[in-house]
Structures are given as C-alpha cells and as structure tokens.
Design a protein around this ligand. Structure first.
Ligand SMILES: [Zn+2]
Length: 297
C-alpha cells in the first residue's frame, strides 16, 4: 500500500508487494556482504574482505545495481514475451528473438543511469562515457531526476520507434550494438576488469551479437521499442525499491519508494533478488525456446 512519509510516497512491505518481487525474480553478483572478491570500482580492482565491508558497499554501489538492473530488464522482457508481442506487433516472438530481446532489454535497463557520472555505463569507456553521463545529468536535472520517470520511459520508446521508422536497419543495428554493449558490460562486469583487453572483449561480444541479430533476426526493429520500454521501466521501478526512490511522475517532484533494499548491494539484493531474477529469466527463455505454448495455453 502506498503511503506518504516526509513528503515521499512509500510502499510498505506487505503481501501486496509479493507479486512484484516474484515478477522481478533475482541474480548472482560476486561476493555479497562479507565475501572475499575483486572489486572493479573507479581506480581499478582491489582485493576486499569483510573488514572493508562498509567502504566496499559504498564504492561498489553503482556497479552492483547496474548488474541488478540489467537482470531485471532481461527478466521483465522474458516474462512479457509470450503475451505482449502478439498484441503489439501481431505475432509471437521466435525463440532467438526472446533471447536477444532479453539481452537488449537488459541493456536498455542501464539507460536511466546515463545520468550517473560513476555508474555502469559511465565506466564503460572511461572519460568518454563519463563525460556523456555528466552531460546527461546536467541536462536532466541530476541523478535520479528526469531519466528516472515514466516520461523518460515513454520518450525512450517513442524515440526508438521513430528511429526505426526513419532509418530502419541502420538505426536498429546501431541501437542493438549500443544496448548489447551495455548489457554485456553490466552482466559480465564481475568477471571483467577495466583494462583494454576486457573492453575489447565486451565490444567484440556486442559486435557478434549485432551481426547475428542483423543476419538471423530481420524483424528486430518491430519489437525493439518494446524492449527499450520494458528495460527502462524495469530500471525506474527497481530504483523505487531503494531509499532514494524515483520521481516516476516527473516533472512532478514527488519520489516513490518501496524500500526493500535499504543499502544498495546488501544481502537481499545480491543473495536473493539477483539470483531469483537470473533463474526466472533462464526458465522463461527456456520455456520460450522449448515449450512456447506452456504459458499461453
Ligand atoms: Zn537508477
């Protein structure tokens, strides 16, 4: 149930929230609280232990959430795949389209954080992407303002639709490459560093995925706007699970929050939410591939 608290619209954790979390599923990030692992935060990777828990939680905040956002985007796309495409584009998606669509939606789920100077996208290509994100932040009013609203979700979808209609294959290929870059970077970020080799691998994987989609999935442009909408929507709703919430109704300033993640990168996120979302996505993609009528009857 939504309630107002200190000028913020909040959602109290109760039975009504269960379906939402069940729909979001969960994901595995390396090392939860107190774990030993490798941190690739600004400044390069460092070994960390339980002793540095507080510092790591703060430094790893954006990267963890980028990873989680990407998985939530993939899950929402895979969950909606049996139902929405027949309504919106007049046909069901092929198994390959569900798989690639889940990855594109994962990439789109990073777009709202283009307003974060130290987020997953900002750290993709060092100073270049950081400058891009600082510019977006300046234009959109700062982190978690315009790009974290339903207006942004609608504009992202409409812009994609327009681009596909205007430039067709070129726009579809370009956006597919960019979204795959974001998705690969976010989903493999725990295993990658910030070196040239890691970035080259990310670019290479995105290029292979783009070429494969261009060759074998010629209808990508038809459902690309839908993947962008679902991904960006998953992101802004996901941010509502944290303390800062999101201004869903921007330019109206009230922020909405349903605090399940009191500190970004906590155990609930890393050990429950992310693994469940990952498992849910894999099951749904498997169903779309091998039992496409299992969910629709
Ligand atoms: Zn965000």
């Amino acid at each position: 149930m939504w309630k107002r608290r200190r000028g913020v619209a909040t959602f109290e954790w109760c039975a009504a929230g269960v379906p939402y979390v069940a729909a979001l599923g969960v994901f595995t990030t390396p090392g939860g609280t107190g774990a030993r692992g490798r941190l690739h935060a600004p400044g390069g990777g460092r070994e960390y232990t339980a002793a540095g828990r507080g510092r790591i939680a703060a430094e790893g905040e954006t990267r963890m959430m980028g990873h989680s956002h990407a998985v939530s985007g993939a899950l929402v796309f895979a969950a909606a795949a049996p139902f929405l495409p027949p309504l919106l584009i007049g046909r069901p998606l092929q198994p390959g389209e569900v798989l690639v669509g889940a990855l594109l939606s994962a990439g789109a789920a990073l777009l709202p954080d283009l307003d974060h100077h130290d987020g997953t996208v900002a750290n993709l290509f060092g100073p270049f992407t950081r400058l891009l994100c600082r510019t977006v932040a300046r234009l959109s009013g700062g982190h978690r303002h315009a790009t974290h609203s339903l207006v942004f979700v609608a504009l992202a979808g409409a812009g994609t639709q327009l681009g596909v209609a205007r430039w067709a294959r070129g726009f579809t290929g370009g956006l597919t490459f960019a979204l795959l870059l974001f998705a690969v970077h976010a989903l493999r970020s725990h295993a990658s560093g910030r070196c040239a080799h890691s970035r080259a691998t990310t670019v290479g994987l995105a290029a292979i995925g783009t070429a494969a989609a261009d060759t074998w999935l010629p209808g990508t442009g038809a459902w690309l706007p839908y993947a962008v909408v679902l991904g960006t929507l998953a992101h802004v709703l996901g941010d509502c699970l944290t303390r800062q919430g999101a201004p869903l109704l921007w330019p109206y300033g009230r922020r909405f929050e349903m605090v399940l993640i009191k500190r970004t990168g906590n155990r609930f996120e890393t050990r429950f939410l992310v693994p469940v979302m990952t498992a849910g996505t894999l099951v749904l993609v498997w169903l779309a591939t091998f039992a496409p009528t299992a969910l629709t009857g």
